[in-house]
Design a protein around this ligand. Sequence first.
Ligand SMILES: [Zn+2]
Length: 407
Amino acid sequence: MTAVAERMAATAELLSAPPFSDRDDAVCRYAFTPGFAATVDHVGSLLADAGLRVRRDRAGTLWGDRGAPGAPRVGVGSHLDSVRRGGRWDGVLGMLVALEVARAAPDLPVRAVAWVEEEGAGFGQLLLGSRIATGAVDADALATAIRALDDGRPFTEHARAAGMPTAACTESAAILDGMVAWIEPHIEQARVLEDTGTRLGVVDRIAGFVQGELVVEGRADHAGATPMALRRDAGLLAAEVMLRLEELALTHGAVATVGDVVLTPGAMNVVPARARLTLDIRGPHDAAVLGTLEEVLAFAGERAVARGLRTDYRERSRQPATVLDTGVVDALADAARVEGIEPLRMVSGAAHDTMVLAPYVPSAMLFVPCVDGLSHDPGEAVDPADAALAVRVVTRAAHTLIGGRDG
Ligand SMILES: [Zn+2]
């Protein structure tokens, strides 16, 4: 193993356990837990050792950079927070690549960024740090609407308690100043690279998504005394919707999941009066996502009438599919070829901060295979040689992107 690969593996291991994780059987850290704070401090000191000026924005996003003020920068990074029972490489890989790029190329004007609260495990909002930086989430929302899942207190209160300079409201946007390109290295979180024996994927598109909740209202009746024909069973409509959603996703070329179903009152001998089911629909093309959503809701409405039920749909969030920048995609692909790897062009099915940044900064992602496609799990594993390869590719691509800019 090369020295870089060894160092990356050792740091990923160090950060996978207390005090950098809030539990010892998995990686768990979200804004602003003790494990999260310790991890951000540690990675901040590593970036400083690599010669970067390190800062925190008002929300807790860590960034460090180098180069003359106002001069172009290439941004590299990802996130340091995790899901509540996560693995050691999700997000961390991107930060370790940024760190090693800074070490490998002492003259490169690089900006390393760890976006706060990407996974939403602390405040229930995906991609929060990047959305703050791009102005999609404002100070009001942080002080009122966006609250901790654990104790219901607003984001701002938690940030202040964690020592974030919440008054400096404009600083988040400064992270994007002068950024001529953004590269997010990340584990693939699927098995495509592994199955095709490819060591790198260049992501040229990120799937869009819509998430919401369908509530079905029926009537609670006795499970023995009520004849089938007289029931208004909310659970049966939930079942019909789940199966129809599968068909529609297949027809439209989307992926769709009902990941959470709650039947109320939830007793063996009572016909369900209420069903609440989550809908998560994603796809590389917005028409597929929205078509699936529209048709499944229409279906639910029709079947509800037939069964004497009522339905109500509430959307939680949506993000359009994101086409990434050809220049950054090509720079990464060319750099991989110089390293002797023909990379796979890919769509990211998972959401990443890069989809928020892409409208503001020319952006792309570099995927590294993870063993068995496993992610959001303590078993998450990466071949350190692939991580080190990503460092070489990103370093080369960053030089091209900065050089092209100067020339
Ligand atoms: Zn991630």
